[in-house]
Design a binder for this molecule. Structure first.
Ligand SMILES: Cc1ncc(COP(=O)(O)O)c(C=O)c1O
Length: 401
């Protein structure tokens, strides 16, 4: 085996033979090349809501590819799956009269949302509004826009100059955000935030925080962008975090759970009032990707959303949350973890020490969860069984003992 593959967020010095080769998946289990099974406690990477190996999605994608694999959606072209998935997404969002821009990755969605926010401000005669307010611990992907929006400082370092005009605020401090608005309010294009911060350590918002950001944006002419790349499609117990936390953003990004990973798909939902800013006859939206509206990806999205709906997986986040909270509370009671945080179907167990070596011991017991600094993240498929949740908690207990 050669080392030709350079892995993302991995040490380039790690040889290919030391990686675990995942070859198959079924439900909440994945299997390596040696046939060993693992409970997928992180749903691939915060995304596989419907579980692995679902023939409904595989069949939908195959049927689409037999018709045509892909054709671009730049004017004058469109395709049925792209229009259909956009319709299904807005119907389930707080913006049933909004519109959806499609891409492939969360990073593309974030970059597009940032561009749309700035362009919206320009088009309404406010070209000086370029500032994007970001939060500490925020993770918004690794394109230049998303890298500039990162609140995880090491992810911003070493790449040279990033996109200018980002201001960081401490992640749950509304007063700090209010001070930034007091000082720079007429230059702020948008605030960018995850509903529950995910990759930065799983931090649900403190009570009133997102509503407070909404008010600050409203009072100062800024847009609120919710990055729903992890929270979207059922993770927080509603279709979107916006609904769970009762906040209506102007722009929402999504990716991951929209297809559960069966094909790459992402996008930005624009509220009706943002759309109004762009629908002037003669205006051309000069941004987009070859794969915006990719037929096979959109067919996967349609089939995946239908499964989430038919199987009631949105509500199931609360059920698996109850089981996980019980397990984590027991681990805390036994002194095996310092604390836990999270909600719906997304949690972090705080160890207070580096989490990589406990993660490796947990892996040896056939459970995949993700180390993030001093904590272990758990975010399983929404179809995970109680027994499989038990396997996650037992593996953690054994490893941490
Ligand atoms: C909130 C959030 N935004 C954006 C991204 C970037 O998505 P992608 O890795 O698909 O580019 C992620 C990825 O984890 C994310 O969690």
């Amino acid at each position: 085996m050669t080392n030709a593959l350079l892995h993302p967020f991995s040490p380039p010095s790690m040889p290919e033979r030391d990686f675990i080769d995942i070859v198959r998946g079924e439900g909440s289990l994945v299997y390596d090349a040696a046939g060993r099974d693992y409970v997928d406690g992180i749903a691939n990477l915060w995304l596989c809501q419907i579980g692995h190996g679902r023939s409904e999605v595989i069949d939908a994608v195959t049927a689409q590819m037999r018709q045509i694999e892909a054709y671009n959606t730049f004017a004058p072209f469109t395709n049925g799956p792209a229009a259909r998935v956009a319709e299904m997404i807005v119907e389930r969002s707080p913006h049933p009269d909004g519109r959806v821009f499609l891409g492939c990755s969360g990073s593309e969605a974030v970059d597009t949302a940032l561009k749309i926010a700035r362009q919206f401000q320009q088009r309404r005669g406010q070209p000086d509004r370029q500032v994007i307010v970001r939060r500490t611990n925020g993770y918004h992907g690794t394109n230049f826009g998303g890298t500039s929006a990162q609140g995880i400082a090491p992810n911003r370092e070493g790449w040279g100059d990033l996109v200018p005009h980002f201001i960081e605020v401490p992640h749950d401090d509304l007063e700090a955000a209010a001070s930034v608005f007091a000082e720079h309010g007429d230059r702020i294009a948008a605030v960018l935030t995850e509903p529950v911060q995910g990759a930065g350590g799983v931090y649900p918002p403190v009570d009133g925080y997102l509503e407070g950001l909404r008010r600050l944006c409203d009072d100062n002419g800024a847009l609120l962008i919710l990055d729903e790349v992890i929270c979207g499609f059922g993770r927080t117990g509603e279709w979107f975090g916006a609904q769970t936390f009762g906040v209506v953003p102007d722009l929402m990004t999504f990716a991951k759970g929209v297809t559960s990973g069966y094909q790459p798909l992402s996008g930005v939902i624009l509220s009706r009032s943002v759309c109004d800013g762009f629908e002037e006859p003669g205006f051309l939206l000069r941004t987009g990707y070859t794969y915006s509206g990719h037929n096979a990806s959109c067919a996967a999205g349609v089939a995946n959303i239908q499964i989430i709906e038919d199987e009631g997986l949105v509500g199931r986040a609360n059920h698996i949350g109850e089981r996980l909270r019980e397990g984590l509370t027991a681990l805390e009671g036994d002194g095996l973890i310092e604390s836990w945080r999270g909600m719906g179907g997304i949690y972090a167990a705080e160890l207070g020490r580096d989490a990589i070596s406990p993660r490796n011991t947990i892996l040896e017991q056939g459970v995949i969860i993700r180390p993030m600094g001093t904590c272990l993240a758990i975010c399983p498929p929404l179809v995970i069984t109680d027994d499989e949740i038990g396997r996650i908690i037992d593996a953690m207990a054994t490893a941490l003992e």
